[in-house]
Design a protein around this ligand. Structure first.
Ligand code: ATP
Ligand code: MG
Length: 150
């Protein structure tokens, strides 16, 4: 499935996240199963972390979502949902693709978590269920968001 959201402002972002939330919810995993893995792409400052905040809000996560640039991975509990945790990863600083293994990423995806990876190009990640591409437009504060499910 492919879907695009065009000329998205910051004010639109929560609604886009809600639509994407619904796509994620409709995808299996009721039986404990595997994680839902999202590759979140886009240039620096495209809005990957900002989008993750909106998506976290749609899962009722009240914690303050901070960029995992320096911490590499942050975990947030998800309540009342088949997904147990949001794992937010930023692979930007990974020196080599093996670092994902050190994080135990594959092991963590064995539980039914929601895994969001910024800069997935820089790591060996589990196969994504969804790829989101955020594109900056000429006009500041506007973005195109492309969603593809696998
Ligand atoms: N429509 C929009 N959608 C998302 N972010 C926007 C939008 N308009 C403006 N912004 C701003 O752009 C910036 C995006 O920064 P953010 O940290 O989310 O980018 P990023 O893609 O995670 O970058 P990095 O690769 O460095 O982690 C924020 O300051 C945000 O407020
Ligand atoms: Mg970021």
């Amino acid at each position: 499935m492919k879907k695009s959201f065009t000329s998205i402002t910051l004010a639109d972002l929560d609604n886009v996240a809600k639509e994407i939330h619904n796509i994620i919810e409709s995808f299996g995993g009721e039986d404990g199963g595997n994680s839902y893995v999202i590759h979140l792409k886009g240039e620096m400052g495209a809005g990957k972390t900002t989008f993750t905040k909106s998506l976290a809000k749609s899962f009722n996560i009240k914690d303050d979502i901070q960029s995992p640039t320096f911490t590499i991975m942050r975990e947030y509990n998800i309540l009342n949902n088949k997904r147990q945790k949001l794992l937010h990863i930023d692979a930007y600083r990974f020196e080599n693709k093996e670092e994902g293994k050190i994080l135990g990423l594959h092991k963590k995806t064995e539980n039914n978590n929601l895994v969001i990876i910024e800069w997935p190009e820089n790591t060996v990640s589990p196969e994504p269920n969804m790829i989101i591409n955020i594109e900056k437009l000429q006009e500041e504060n506007l973005r195109n968001i492309y969603v593809e499910t696998k």
